[in-house]
Design a protein around this ligand. Structure first.
Ligand code: 8LK
Length: 224
């Protein structure tokens, strides 16, 4: 007898470097009625009571990095906690990529003062330990830094134009450490790796493959 797991939705994180195609990937699932999409709240980061924290951070990372990552964490926690009317929930990025990729980079590069990093790390540990974030699957859009660097130039999101290739390479390594080497045991969810270097026309096959695997895993969990 299958008991429908009604309270917690099957939660999928969509992770990947800047320009890896996460938004395009998520749009592919827009039309599936059993799935709720939660896209990255970039517009909230660009306009918090009139302040563009994303721009402030890129223009002066040392001064605004802590402020920006504090607000990113709040908006991500809000997304993790958001209840959904559907059995499956897809989130673009997470508190985990916040901590293991972006905050980690700011720490290692000295953008964050060690005391600032310690505060962000304590917040992450408290949230992770006190609030069950329940991640069931991670879809990792794996890319080559040079490929996404070109896409970022082409996409021309104004705040990102000053982003150097070295930053993209560092973020790539941090994603690989987390999702391929599996260095962080706090986030044990299985990872589905997709080749996101493919250009838009070819990538539909990759999405189809992931759609089947996501739905099959979701049915397994939801129908448990
Ligand atoms: C969780 C998380 C997402 C995220 C995005 N970003 C930046 C990278 C991109 O330029 C932009 C949108 O993803 O925000 C960041 O600096 N720190 C982040 N932390």
């Amino acid at each position: 007898h299958h008991k429908m797991n009604t309270n917690k939705p099957f939660t999928v994180l969509v992770e990947g470097n800047i320009g890896s195609g996460k938004t395009t990937f998520l749009e592919h699932f827009r039309q599936i009625e059993d799935i709720t999409l939660l896209t990255e709240p970039v517009e909230e980061w660009r306009n918090l009571q009139g302040w563009n924290l994303l721009d402030l951070m890129y223009k002066d990372p040392a001064k605004w990095g802590m402020t920006f990552q504090s607000y990113v964490a709040l908006t991500m926690l809000d997304m993790h906690r958001r209840s959904t009317p559907t059995p499956i929930k897809l989130m673009e990025r997470s508190l985990y990529s916040a901590r293991y990729c972006f905050v980690e980079h700011m720490h290692r590069s000295g953008i964050l003062h060690p005391a600032q990093f310690a505060v962000l790390d304590e917040w992450f540990k408290f949230i992770h330990n006190q609030i069950q974030l329940d991640v069931d699957l991670i879809v990792y859009l794996k890319t080559t830094p040079s490929v996404v660097y070109e896409r970022i130039k082409k996409r021309a999101r104004s705040e990102e134009q000053c982003v150097p290739l070295s930053y993209i390479e560092e973020l790539h390594k941090l994603h690989e450490d987390w999702l391929v080497t599996r260095q962080h045991a706090e986030c044990p969810a299985p990872v589905l790796v997709l080749d996101a270097d493919l250009d838009l026309s070819q990538i539909t096959e990759e999405y189809k493959k992931s759609e089947h695997q996501i739905l099959r895993k979701a049915v397994d969990v939801v129908m448990r």
